[in-house]
Design a protein around this ligand. Structure first.
Ligand code: CTP
Length: 406
C-alpha cells in the first residue's frame, strides 16, 4: 500500500446541491470524501432537503456556510447578501447534485430558478453532475426519463439511479448511486472525461488465476485485481457496456458491470472465448498463471508424505490463442528487466493492438498498490509514458489511448 492520493480534487471548489429525498443522508458521506480528498465544498440545499438533514450537520462537515434560502434575512443565515448565486456559481469548478429529486430534475430541465439551488444551477458555468433518486414508479415515469435525457443532451453528466431496495419497501430502479460511484463520477468529470464510450462493448479480465494442487493449496500469481476493476469502473462511467472476468480478488465493481468469476487459467479461457463473441474490445489485465500442477490431488497432500516437488505443465496462453478477428485487443506486461523489448515482443507474438507495460523497477507501480506507472506501446511501435497516478486515473489513460485505435 502507499499513501499517494490523486490530486484530482485538490484545491477544487465543489458545489454540492442537496434536494429533498431520503438519500439526502448520504450527502454527509459525500462531503466527507470530497473534503478528505482536498476539495473545498460548499452546500446549497432545497428547503425540502432540510427536512431530511440539517444545515448544521452539513456546514460542520463542509466547514462552510450552507445556503438554504434564496432571500436570507441577514448574513447569519448563511450567505453574503449580494449577488450570492452568481458569486457561488462562478466559484464552483463543478456542481454535483445528490440526491436529485424528480421535482428538482423537472425544474432544472425547464430552466426554472425558484429556489436557491435551482437559481444556482441557472447561473453555473462549470460541469453539472446529477445523481437522481426516486421511488421506482416515480423514476420510471416517461416525464422523469425524458427530463434525464434532456439534461444528458445538454451536457450534464447523469449518474443513473441503481436497482435495489428502496425506502418504500419496494425493490427496483430508483436508488441513488453509491457514494463511491458518485465520487468516481465527479472525479471523472473534473478530470475532463465524459461518456465517450457509449455503444462500446468492453470485456476486461482482472486478478490472478489460481491453479489448484489439492483442495487447500494452489499456485498462482501475485495480483490484487485493482487495475482490472478500476478499468471496469471507468469504462462503465464513460458509458461502455462492461463485462469483467475476474480471478479471485477482494475487489468490488459497480452493480451494473456484469462479473464472471473464475479460478483457473482454463476457466478464464473458456469465459474469455465465450464472452469475446459479444464484445468489441478485450483488455486483458489478468495475471494468468503460466503453469499449473500436472495432476490435481483430490485428497489433501499430507506432510508425512514428504512431498519433494510438484510436476507442472503449461497453461494455455489465452491472449495468444483467442480469435481476434474484428476485435481490438489490449494486453498487459509486468516486467522486471528489458521491459520495452519484452513488452514489444509480447505485442508482436500475441498479435495485440496495444500493450500496457508496468515495470516492477518503478516504485508505486504493479500489483497490490493503489497506484501505477505505465507505458503504452501500440502496434505501430508508438510509445507513450505516463506519470505515476492512481489506478483509476491510469485506467482512464488506457481507455483514452484505446479510443485512438481504429
Ligand atoms: N496471458 C494470457 N494467458 C496466459 C498468460 C498470459 O492471456 N496463459 C496474458 C496476460 O493477461 C497479459 C499478457 O498475456 O495480458 C502478458 O502476460 P505476462 O504474464 O506478462 O506474459 P507471459 O506471456 O506469460 O510471459 P512471461 O510470464 O514469460 O513474462
Amino acid at each position: 500500500m502507499n499513501n499517494f492520493v490523486s490530486d484530482s480534487f485538490k484545491n477544487k471548489n465543489v458545489l454540492l446541491g442537496i434536494t429533498g429525498g431520503i438519500a439526502a443522508y448520504k450527502a454527509c458521506l459525500i462531503i466527507r470524501e470530497l473534503v478528505t480528498r482536498g476539495a473545498d465544498v460548499k452546500v446549497v440545499m432545497t428547503p425540502a432537503a432540510s427536512e431530511f438533514i440539517t444545515p448544521l450537520t452539513l456546514s460542520t462537515l463542509s466547514g462552510n456556510d450552507v445556503v438554504v434560502k434564496s432571500f436570507p434575512a441577514s448574513q447569519k443565515e448563511g450567505v453574503s447578501l449580494r449577488t450570492w448565486h452568481i458569486e457561488t456559481a462562478l466559484w464552483a469548478d463543478i456542481m454535483l447534485i445528490a440526491p436529485l429529486t424528480i421535482n428538482t430534475l423537472a425544474k432544472i430541465s425547464c430552466g426554472m430558478a425558484d429556489n436557491a439551488l435551482t437559481t444556482m444551477v441557472s447561473a453555473i458555468r462549470s460541469p453539472l453532475v446529477l445523481a437522481p433518486a426516486a421511488d421506482l414508479d416515480m423514476y420510471q415515469k416517461p416525464s422523469t426519463l425524458e427530463n434525464i435525457n434532456k439534461l444528458t443532451d445538454r451536457g450534464s453528466f447523469i449518474i443513473d439511479a441503481e436497482i435495489g431496495f428502496l425506502a418504500s419497501g419496494l425493490t427496483g430502479p430508483g436508488r441513488m448511486a453509491s457514494v463511491e460511484k458518485i465520487i468516481d463520477a465527479t472525479e471523472l468529470v473534473l478530470s475532463g472525461y465524459k461518456k465517450d464510450l457509449v455503444g462500446k462493448r468492453i470485456l476486461i479480465t482482472a486478478g490472478p488465476t489460481l491453479e489448484d494442487i489439492d483442495p487447500v493449496r494452489f499456485i498462482g500469481n501475485r495480483s490484487s485485481g485493482k487495475m482490472g476493476y478500476k478499468l471496469a469502473n471507468s469504462a462503465f462511467l464513460r458509458g461502455a457496456d462492461v463485462t469483467l472476468i475476474s480471478g479471485p480478488t477482494n475487489e468490488n465493481t459497480y452493480p451494473e458491470v456484469k462479473v464472471i468469476y473464475v479460478r483457473s487459467a482454463a476457466e478464464m479461457k473458456i469465459a474469455v472465448e465465450y464472452e469475446l463473441k459479444k464484445n468489441d474490445i478485450l483488455i486483458k489485465a489478468a495475471a494468468v498463471a503460466d503453469y499449473k500442477p500436472s495432476v490435481f490431488n483430490e485428497i489433501k497432500l499430507k506432510k508425512e508424505n514428504k512431498l519433494k516437488s510438484i510436476e507442472l505443465s503449461e497453461t494455455e496462453d489465452i491472449l495468444a490463442s483467442i480469435n481476434k478477428e474484428n476485435k481490438i485487443v489490449v494486453g498487459f506486461a509486468l516486467e522486471t528487466d528489458n521491459e520495452i523489448t519484452n513488452a514489444k515482443s509480447k505485442l508482436d507474438k500475441k498479435n495485440l493492438d496495444m500493450i500496457v507495460l508496468n515495470s516492477l523497477k518503478d516504485s508505486g507501480a504493479g500489483f497490490e498498490s493503489d497506484t501505477n506507472k505505465i507505458s503504452i506501446i501500440k502496434k505501430d511501435g508508438n510509445k507513450k509514458d505516463f506519470d505515476l497516478n492512481t489506478k483509476f486515473q491510469i485506467a482512464n489513460n488506457i481507455l483514452t489511448e484505446l479510443k485512438t485505435i481504429k
